[in-house]
Design a protein around this ligand. Sequence first.
Ligand code: GLN
Length: 277
Amino acid sequence: MTVAQAVREAAALLADNSDTARLDAELLMAHALGVSRSDLLLRHMHDSPPQQFTALIMRRAAHEPIAQITGCQEFFGRTFIVTPDVLIPRADSESVVQVALDTAPRARRILDCGTGSGALLLTLLAERPDARGIGIDSSPAALEVARANAEALGLSVRAQVLSADWTEGGWAEPLGQFDLVIANPPYVEDSANLSLDVREYEPAQALFSGPEGLDDYRILVPQLPLLLTDSGVVVLEIGATQAAQVSKIAANHGFVATAHKDLAGRDRALVLRLTLG
Ligand code: GLN
């Protein structure tokens, strides 16, 4: 048996449970061999497959996400450590980061609310060497992942990771003011029919936010004006159908909102600016 054959068989086995079966099999084989996917394809297809490959494929067949099996996920060209305690960084959020980079090119102080793995904050800091930032999260386990990522990316000096819960009062005042506040809060409706990969493996507290998926925006948005400098902006990730509702919540707290689309053409980011007076 060669690696090529083992990958082909594994892809066939995964086809019922994954839309990306062939890619999944390649990524897990690369992980089992300790090589990159391109090295796998260029150099290792005639090797014999490592014994642990089958166990990895069985985990994927049970819907465990690739990022949790391998312990990492690429985001905006960098590798992030991932555990079951954090949302897996998604391509959707890469477009939110791009909106933030374009909207606040000179932001020096950045706050990430609900930082999880730290992917949003740490990407912004990596792209903006003059900026410093704080990531807050209510999950101690997530904070550990964010700290490990800050360390791994060499950003510990500019990134501070703090425990804070926006559903409790008093968290915002000590943090000071920011040029850019970014957040990918939980925004999925409680009744949403998520895929098994997400529902069974990713943290519910990072996903669900009440009957309309709006509970966290309703709690967080009213507290944001306090956290902004005069020219500060907010960039929120939103669900594809939520632009109008979240814009309305924002308008009730003095913001004008502009929606931006992701690469699939769905509304994904909302930029909030305070109206004067
Ligand atoms: N986009 C994610 C999903 O649909 C949800 C992310 C979130 O709730 N912040 O799986």
